[in-house]
Design a binder for this molecule. Structure first.
Ligand code: SF4
Ligand code: SF4
Ligand code: SF4
Ligand code: FES
Length: 268
């Protein structure tokens, strides 16, 4: 395969020509933050948080989707890049409940973690004047997944996880403009849709928009983690149990090289 050589943050890197800037940077340990991108999913570049500066480029391309080019000179952390990323995160946080239900329990809402890293305390921007719970009431209809579209950042990770990874084709986008939201089937409550509760969308979701319903209390960092195999059927998917006081409090899919962290409803 043909290779190209580019420079990222003064470091010369040679990678195959179908590599993205994000992958090239990641291969040498240079971290570029992401929200809509997950290495497991096809990049769609809808959040722009991974914007970088490329010399002689008119705009700041999204590193998760822009392919490398011979002689490209990339800067991932200039003041201009940091300012642009911070503004994007502030805009997203201006309509995001804080803490969202994911941050309250597992403390890993990717948007809120980014906000914390950027030391954003009070967003500069006001959200919509319509109370968000009126615009997007919570959907508790699924037996296993709680839906709070107020925490949704429209990153489409759930759509790609459901439609392309699991090929269940349940999730899409509905409406336009500020009313745009993810929708199940023909915009029916999740529990009334053709969802099979595999939880892949929830695992892919970076925020508290789709969360594991049984987890209602705050999980600390003191849980023991135990890598194991789901015992329910012969597929034998990799799992990681989070254990507190000898009780399993949370189960997560584990990439065992075969099932890539995917589970069905029984494993979760
Ligand atoms: S739980 Fe599975 S089937 Fe249901 S919407 Fe999510 S990914 Fe699709
Ligand atoms: S529900 Fe989660 S994964 Fe889906 S678009 Fe919203 S934030 Fe992204
Ligand atoms: S997660 Fe589902 S498919 Fe995987 S081993 Fe358990 S029951 Fe079988
Ligand atoms: S992570 Fe690249 S555009 Fe969202």
């Amino acid at each position: 395969m043909d290779t190209v050589t580019l420079t990222i943050n003064e470091q010369s890197i040679t990678v195959s020509q179908d590599t993205t800037i994000w992958e090239a940077a990641d291969s040498v340990g240079i971290h570029i933050p992401t929200l809509c991108h997950s290495p497991k999913l096809r990049p769609v570049a809808v959040c722009r948080v991974c914007a970088v500066e490329v010399e002689k480029s008119r705009t700041m391309p999204a590193a998760c989707i822009r392919q490398v080019e011979e002689g490209m000179v990339v800067h991932t952390n200039t003041e201009k890049v940091q300012r642009a990323r911070k503004t994007l995160v502030e805009l997203l946080l201006s309509e995001h409940p804080y803490p969202c239900s994911q941050h309250k329990t597992t403390h890993d809402c990717e948007l809120e973690l980014l906000g914390e890293q950027m030391e954003i305390t009070a967003p500069r921007f006001n959200g919509t004047e319509t109370p968000s719970t009126q615009l997007r009431p919570p959907d508790e209809s699924s037996p296993v997944i709680a839906v709070d579209l107020n925490a949704c950042i429209l990153c489409d990770r759930c759509i790609r996880a459901c439609d392309e990874v699991q090929v269940n084709n349940v999730i899409g986008r509905a409406k336009k403009g500020h009313k745009t939201h993810i929708a199940f089937d023909t915009d029916v409550p999740m529990g009334e849709s053709t969802c099979v509760s595999c939880g892949e969308c929830m695992a892919a979701c970076p925020t508290g928009a789709l969360v594991n319903k049984p987890i209602t209390e705050s999980l600390g960092t003191d849980e023991k983690t135990v890598d194991s195999v789901c015992p329910y059927c012969g597929v034998g998917c990799g799992v990681t149990y989070h254990v507190r006081d000898n009780k399993i409090v949370h189960v997560a899919g584990r990439d065992d090289g075969h099932t890539e962290g995917r589970l069905c409803v029984k494993g979760r």
